[in-house]
Write a protein that binds this ligand. Structure first.
Ligand code: CDP
Length: 202
């Protein structure tokens, strides 16, 4: 039987770092599903039809090195409201989740839509101000000239778009464990997530 861990939450809540660390701890494969939407967003910025971009997506597209920019993040959340885009990306995510060694998927709708049968579901959250501060530092560390206020606006705009959309809106699954990382450093947040998975595995 495959073992799937679903980790969802809003932008910059820490789910990427937590998911990577949890996958490494338990020896599972990891898919950052946000990258799929980022690829489609980047293609749209290049002039491609987003539905066609989602239909033709390939694993190697996730290696593009321009996917982390704020412009691509905004474009990703715009294409993510298109039901046909989400539909085309479904098979890719489900077949990854069912791989024999087990997998961790992080995103917005993993526990609710992509893998409602996941054995463990964690909803990672933090205040918008905390998330903006973290994302700001992350982008500045990458050499991008960004300002806190603009990053906070970006985080809030994406939160609203992700939560209000009709298809697969951002919300915790009923059986998800909530993990608020506002007051936690990353090592503590990872330790909490590992403890949640360990408890669920029995
Ligand atoms: O890293 P960050 O949390 O800022 O963003 P991301 O996880 O890379 O996702 C970028 C955008 O893709 C999000 O704002 C969502 O609109 C969309 N997304 C989604 O709709 N469903 C997912 N499973 C993952 C991402």
């Amino acid at each position: 039987m495959s073992f799937t861990i679903a980790i969802d939450g809003p932008a910059a809540a820490g789910k990427g770092t937590i998911s990577k660390a949890v996958a490494a701890h338990f020896g599972l494969a990891h898919l950052d599903t946000g990258l799929l939407y980022r690829v489609v967003g980047a293609r749209m910025l290049e002039g491609m039809d987003p539905v066609a971009a989602a239909r033709d997506i390939r694993a190697e597209d996730l290696e593009r090195d321009d996917l982390r920019s704020p412009g691509v993040a905004q474009a990703a959340s715009k294409v993510a409201v298109i039901a046909q885009v989400r539909e085309h990306l479904l098979d890719f995510q489900r077949s990854f989740a069912r791989r024999s060694g087990g997998a961790v998927l992080d995103g917005r709708d993993i526990g609710t839509v992509i893998c409602p049968e996941a054995q463990v579901k964690i909803f990672v959250t933090a205040s918008p101000e905390c998330r903006a501060a973290r994302r700001c530092k992350e982008l500045q560390d990458q050499g991008l000239a960004v300002e806190y206020d603009a990053v906070l606006e970006d985080v809030k705009a994406r939160d609203a778009r992700d939560s209000d959309r009709a298809t697969a809106p951002l919300r915790p699954a009923e059986d998800a464990v909530l993990l608020d990382t506002s007051a936690l450093d990353i090592d503590t947040a990872v330790a909490r997530a590992v403890a949640i998975v360990t408890a669920a595995r029995g």
